[in-house]
Design a protein around this ligand. Structure first.
Ligand SMILES: C[S@@+](CC[C@H](N)C(=O)[O-])C[C@H]1O[C@@H](n2cnc3c(N)ncnc32)[C@H](O)[C@@H]1O
Length: 270
């Protein structure tokens, strides 16, 4: 297991929890993981690194049953929520535990496959977490990686939401994360000993209300209000006013927002 270095100990998770966890809980293997599912075989074991509230992890458990699927995350609330959903759904080939991706609590070569979506853009440096994923995979195992890239997001119509997106991208950088991380994945994978096999991209669409709910959850969480205030970018009242001016945008019937995601399947060589 790796030591957690000083960069990692300064890391702050930009999305926070609460409304943003509700957003993550609406994701499924079918909506975000189809590029990886075809590479997997029933009975294999899989680690979901940064599993959030676990909806996607549970989907993998159904595909791989009786293979063991393990979800880890640093968010204790999300892990409790994932455990409770697994128990409600009667899924018993899944386990969830609190763990930091920089120091995974598993033996070398434990898993046939590893999946990680939307986490590496928040960790600093991502190489430490990728090295840990490499360590816990069996030789010949496959990694499915999905990473966002603010350079590709698009929305219509243009409005004050443009400023909201600029502030969120700046927050990522202020929190030690990388808003454009997705495009770095192929290079990072090669540097950590993986062999990229398949690189694709996709969009995740949402209506204005869902988009604004997510933005509100990010900009108004206590940690980020402090970060933006200390950077001299906006105080809480200014943030609330800015988000308030986007209410009309969110309700317009033609409003739509697309998040851009890089998707990579990579192999740990035999
Ligand atoms: C954007 S969410 C993605 C959740 C889920 N994978 C999905 O795609 O819906 C990112 C998750 O990564 C987790 N995370 C951030 N830094 C982490 C770290 N160092 N170790 C483990 N999990 C981390 C957060 O707690 C959060 O649940």
């Amino acid at each position: 297991m790796a030591d957690i270095d000083s960069d990692a100990s300064r890391e702050r998770y930009t999305h926070g929890y609460g409304a943003t966890s509700d957003h993550m809980a609406r994701r499924s293997v079918e909506s975000i993981g189809s590029f990886f599912v075809g590479y997997l075989t029933r009975g294999q074991s899989l680690l979901d690194c940064g599993c959030g509230p676990g909806s996607v992890t549970l989907g993998f458990a159904s595909y791989l049953e009786p293979g063991l699927v393990v979800g880890v995350d640093i968010g204790e609330g999300d892990i409790k929520r994932a455990q409770s959903t697994a128990s409600d759904q009667g899924i018993d080939n899944v386990e969830f535990q609190v763990a930091n991706a920089h120091a995974l609590p598993f033996q070398d070569r434990s898993f046939d496959a590893v999946w990680s979506s939307g986490m590496l853009e928040h960790v600093a440096p991502p190489q430490t977490a990728l090295t840990e994923m490499h360590r816990v995979m069996k030789p010949g195992g496959l990694l499915g990686l999905r990473g966002g890239d603010f350079r590709g997001h698009m929305w219509t119509p243009s409005s004050e939401i443009d400023r909201v997106m600029e502030l969120i991208a700046t927050l990522f950088q202020l929190n030690g994360a990388d808003a454009n991380h997705g495009g770095e994945q192929p290079r990072l994978l090669r540097e950590t000993g993986f062999e990229p096999l398949d690189i694709s991209a996709s969009y995740y669409g949402m209506d204005g209300r869902e988009c604004l709910e997510l933005c509100r959850g990010i900009l108004l969480n206590d940690q980020n209000v402090g970060v933006l205030r200390d950077a001299g970018l906006a105080d809480e009242e200014e943030l609330s006013d800015l988000l308030g001016t986007c209410d009309g945008w969110a309700r317009e019937s033609d409003t739509i927002f697309f998040q851009a995601w890089w998707e990579v399947v990579a192999k740990k060589p035999d």
